[in-house]
Design a protein. Structure first.
Length: 448
């Protein structure tokens, strides 16, 4: 384990111990983030901007005094961590919620998921990535172009999540995406976007992506002039347009959107014909693929629409408890972790789909957080995942409880019972290293 990774894990351990020994804290989640990122802009004149950097940070969500508070910091020294922890605890007193925040105290997960990449994206150097882009753009050499603009970006992301009830999850995600614009000298601009979480394998697909963009540009430049059609016209949505349509519909099915009164739909409402079904699926390698969400819960498929009617909503732990439903891993971290996780779809799929769509749905995407799977008129994705064969998951009945000092209908349970609700990972005397030894590759004992 590198020093920067070690600093993140040490900061998480410090925060968890801080919250476990504070009687004002009913429950807390702590996450650590390590990212290796690259970004490059390539034009018809060659590489313009290239950069590679590392980013680390920790986030925390604390339930105290009947309220939950979320914070994120890139400062990992103890003074900064204590400041963030103290502010999070005090915020519960300031908010003074009438309805106490709820969380799951009975379910624990201990797991490792190494992502979808056979070869991680950070194993390829920045110069080689730029060269792959330039090689792919050779497909447009015969075009009369005014301008070529390509933005390539990727991130190797390692995340750790720990809770005061014993959950410990470590995940790895390799995200890479490219945006390409071919500006014809005497014609329109052809744009393409593609992304994947399959690591270095994404670079092998760039020639195909640029080749298809060049073919479209070539067809447009050779097309004869034609008058715009008039009258009624049958419109067939492209895969990207169809995916975006279903993505926007899915926002109305998020439980928090409904709580805020911003959704026109309720369970049982009809939103389409009997033949329409809609699922929030788990596609390995899709752009938003996540094996576990920000609440350390495994991602599982969810049927949202059946026979044209809404059958299920998207939930996090709290909204699922209120609705007597089961959370399916839809608490998605915000971009940059600066805001609290929110309920979001992962990879939307609408049936029936063509055989081509099912084959293509493996991993092609158009835009992050909701777009069509390339080759399918009915698929989009925001986050998805699959269960690791190495996952060791202990799951019991889902339940919620009120924060320690919130008003309750009956006598409060004892602090000792609260602290041993799920696992013994955080029991007094347990070693700090025990939380992060799930995966031998990053063992805290041998420091690798």
């Amino acid at each position: 384990m590198t020093e920067e990774r070690e600093d993140v894990v040490d900061a998480m351990d410090w925060l968890l111990e801080r919250f476990e020994t504070d009687d004002a804290v009913a429950y807390a989640e702590v996450g650590g983030v390590y990212k290796e990122k690259t970004d490059a802009v390539v034009t018809h004149e060659g590489p313009r901007e290239t950069v590679a950097f590392t980013e680390t940070g920790v986030w925390l969500r604390v339930f105290a005094d009947g309220a939950a508070d979320y914070r994120y910091t890139t400062d990992l020294d103890e003074e900064s961590l204590e400041d963030e922890a103290g502010r999070a605890i005090r915020s519960g007193q300031v908010l003074a919620q009438d309805e106490p925040a709820r969380f799951d105290a009975q379910t624990a997960h201990r797991a490792v998921h190494d992502g979808w990449a056979t070869e991680p994206i950070d194993a390829v150097g920045l110069d080689d990535k730029v060269a792959a882009v330039e090689d792919g753009l050779a497909a447009a050499d015969d075009l009369d172009l005014r301008r070529i603009w390509v933005n390539y970006a990727d991130a190797h992301i390692e995340e750790w999540i720990g809770t005061t009830t014993g959950s410990t999850v470590r995940t790895t995600l390799d995200r890479a995406n490219v945006t390409c614009s071919l500006d014809l000298e005497d014609g329109p601009t052809v744009r393409r976007h593609d992304g994947s979480t399959e690591g270095a394998a994404f670079l092998d697909d760039l020639p195909e992506l640029f080749g298809e963009a060049a073919a479209d540009a070539r067809a447009l430049s050779d097309a004869p002039d034609a008058d715009a059609p008039t009258g009624e016209t049958v419109v067939a949505l492209s895969p990207r347009a169809a995916g975006q349509l279903f993505h926007f519909v899915s926002h109305y099915l998020e439980a928090d959107t409904i709580y805020m009164g911003m959704s026109p739909y309720s369970l049982g409402d009809r939103i389409g014909p009997d033949a329409l079904s809609m699922e929030d699926t788990v596609h390995a390698g899709s752009w938003g693929a996540r094996a576990y969400d920000a609440e350390a819960r495994p991602s599982t498929p969810t049927r949202l629409v059946s026979d044209g009617r809404i059958t299920t909503l998207l939930h996090n732990t709290a909204s699922a408890a209120d609705s007597d439903a089961f959370p399916a891993g839809n608490a998605v971290p915000s971009l940059g972790h600066g805001q609290p996780p929110r309920i979001h779809a992962r990879h939307l799929a609408s049936n029936p789909a063509t055989p081509l769509a099912r084959r293509s749905a493996r991993r092609r995407t158009s835009t992050s957080n909701g777009s069509a799977t390339r080759g399918s008129a009915t698929s989009s994705n925001a986050s998805s995942g699959r269960a690791s064969s190495r996952r060791a998951c202990s799951t019991r009945r889902t339940s919620t409880r009120r924060p320690r000092n919130a008003p309750t209908a009956g006598p409060p349970s004892s602090p000792s019972k609260r602290r041993t609700a799920s696992t013994t990972a955080n029991a007094p005397g347990a070693s700090r290293a025990s939380r992060w030894t799930t995966n031998p590759r990053y063992c805290r004992r041998c420091r690798r």
